[in-house]
Design a protein around this ligand. Structure first.
Ligand code: TNX
Length: 527
């Protein structure tokens, strides 16, 4: 018995030696010099140490992950993206007949140099890529980095088969801010589930982790609420300019939520109240508080509508809406709006925000509101989204609340690039590509410490855009700059380096069929 175990161990050892020897033989390839630092990485990782050789991704490569369902999903996600990028099949956690000679490991481990929950470390050598992370979210951010350094073109001279050369080295990385968001206004114009998914997929590539959907406004109500069916029967039938609008059924919304979750992103639903509520009041006039008979609105003015903050029916309505949406939203936040309520009396406004924020908390969510809500007496855990009034931001911080930074002058994706821009507004500023990137969120609001900031969110209001091409024209490339402000520490950010790395995004954006604005400030690397 003992002898047979010894014998088998010996055979196993000999086979391993033979396999290693064969691999050694295969490995005598003179890889050209590569440099990990000069690659196309956006956002730039925390620390890169190049070792100037190459990992040859090829048909003998396999992905292995820790035995954990979420890590396995990350492995499969990577394999799918490799397939679409270079048409190479890489098996995940299954050994093929010809034992893999090169391996991409995606490991769950507590043993990391960094302690952020989204941190990862990546070691790229000639025969393996090792991605270590504590969480699947960290591993997911790591594979985005890997995707960015897989070249589109193979090298066909080193071996008889195709090989894609990935530069070797070590990367350690973690995010600068925990909340890395974009917002899409689907109320002024409606965008389909597929449009939203396309946006999510690209945002995930740049390590965003939150998409805020502005679901309701004067011009349309875009989410099915089963207990108040007229919201969508009547309130969803319009949009700016008189188009036919649209809405997400709860199944559609769940589909978006799931698609985001596969990319380790959360959806933040916003129901804007007590202003921006004309569409809801057209559907249910008993909610209205502006003293006029509500009529369908397809213009672009703001600030004329309000709920009646003194009626119990309004709070019963809000409770139903928050309950139904919260039940299908796994993320921790619910955005209650609160902006530009110009026809709500100040005291009524504060009372409304206080009562609604309690309703939100009662349904297990953390309230977020635009910066006007800083004046209300809400709990400290409420998050304030700074967009225009620095005094409001300061008040929020004094009260111990955290901020999401969306200064209109820098982050509003609906601002025009310049006077020639086809779409967009310019009430806050013209925002060329450099201006969206060259600013310091960490010190943007006087007296603000980094600990007070959850992160940056780039909102895209849709008064002037009605389809995905127009959305892409305004969002890209500026939102990629916001991705770097969110992920990369201040000390590592630099316009001259960024603009070269951004220029290198052209092939990804083209492959994704993104109609980005080809700003002349960037020397786009077109093929
Ligand atoms: C201000 S920002 C608004 C939106 C408009 C946007 C247009 C904010 C909280 N409110 O209602 O769509 O400007 O840029």
């Amino acid at each position: 018995m003992r002898n047979s175990i010894l014998f088998r161990t010996l055979i196993a050892l000999i086979s391993i030696t033979i396999i290693i020897a064969c691999q050694e033989k295969k490995k005598i390839i003179n890889f050209p010099k590569t440099d990990l630092t000069s690659e196309n990485l956006v956002p730039l990782p925390l620390k890169i140490t190049p070792t100037n050789s190459a990992f040859g991704l090829d048909k003998n490569t396999a992905i292995f992950t820790s035995n954990d369902a979420d890590f396995e999903k990350v492995g499969t996600f990577l394999a799918n993206k490799i397939k679409t990028k270079i048409d190479l099949d890489v098996p995940v956690n299954t050994l093929t007949e010809n034992v893999a000679s090169k391996v991409i490991y995606i490991n769950k481990t507590e043993n990391l140099e960094l302690d952020n929950i989204e941190a990862y470390q990546m070691y790229i050598s000639q025969d393996s890529v090792i991605i270590n992370a504590k969480t699947a979210a960290g591993a997911f951010r790591g594979i985005q980095t890997l995707r960015q350094i897989i070249p589109e073109e193979s090298n066909d001279t080193l071996t008889e088969h195709k090989m894609w050369l990935i530069p070797t080295g070590k990367i350690i990385d973690q995010p600068n801010f925990e909340y890395r968001g974009a917002m899409l206004d689907v109320a002024r114009h409606f965008f389909s589930v597929d449009d939203v998914k396309k946006y999510i997929d690209i945002l995930a590539y740049y390590k965003f982790n939150a998409l805020h959907l502005h679901l309701t406004d004067d011009q349309g109500w875009r989410i099915e609420i089963k207990s108040w069916p007229k919201l969508t029967e009547i309130g969803a039938s319009t949009e700016v300019g008189g188009g036919s609008g649209g809405f997400y059924t709860q199944e559609d919304y769940k589909d978006i939520v799931d698609y985001a979750a596969e990319r380790h992103m959360i959806i933040i639903p916003e129901v804007d109240m007590p202003g921006h509520t004309n569409a809801a009041s057209v559907a249910y006039p008993q909610l209205n508080g502006n003293g006029k008979t509500p009529k369908v609105y397809t213009g672009t003015h703001v600030g004329f509508s309000t709920f009646d903050t003194n009626k119990d029916i309004v709070y019963a309505f809000v409770d139903d809406v928050v309950r139904e949406i919260s039940a299908i939203t796994p993320g921790p936040y619910f955005h209650l709006g609160g902006d530009e309520s110009h026809v709500t009396k100040k005291k009524d406004f504060n009372y409304f925000i206080e009562r609604v924020s309690k309703i939100v908390e009662g349904h297990g969510k953390i309230p977020i509101g635009w910066d006007e809500i800083a004046h209300a007496d809400v709990s400290k855990s409420t998050v304030v989204q700074f967009w225009s009034n620095e005094k409001n931001a300061a008040i929020a911080v004094e009260k111990g609340m955290k901020l999401i930074l969306s200064p209109a002058k820098r982050t509003y994706l609906d601002m025009q690039y310049d006077t020639l821009s086809k779409y967009g507004l310019h009430w806050a500023a013209y925002i060329p590509v450099d201006s969206a990137y060259v600013w310091t969120p960490e010190t943007y609001v006087e007296g603000l410490a980094k600990e007070n900031i959850l992160g940056i969110e780039a909102p895209l209001w849709s008064e002037t855009i009605s389809n995905i091409e127009e959305l892409e024209y305004l969002a890209f490339p500026r939102v990629i700059g916001h991705a770097e402000l969110n992920w990369t520490i201040k000390e590592n950010r630099n316009w001259d380096s960024y603009k070269v790395r951004l220029a290198n995004q052209a092939s990804y954006l083209d492959r994704m069929n993104v109609k980005y604005y080809p700003s002349k400030l960037i020397d786009w690397k077109k093929k």
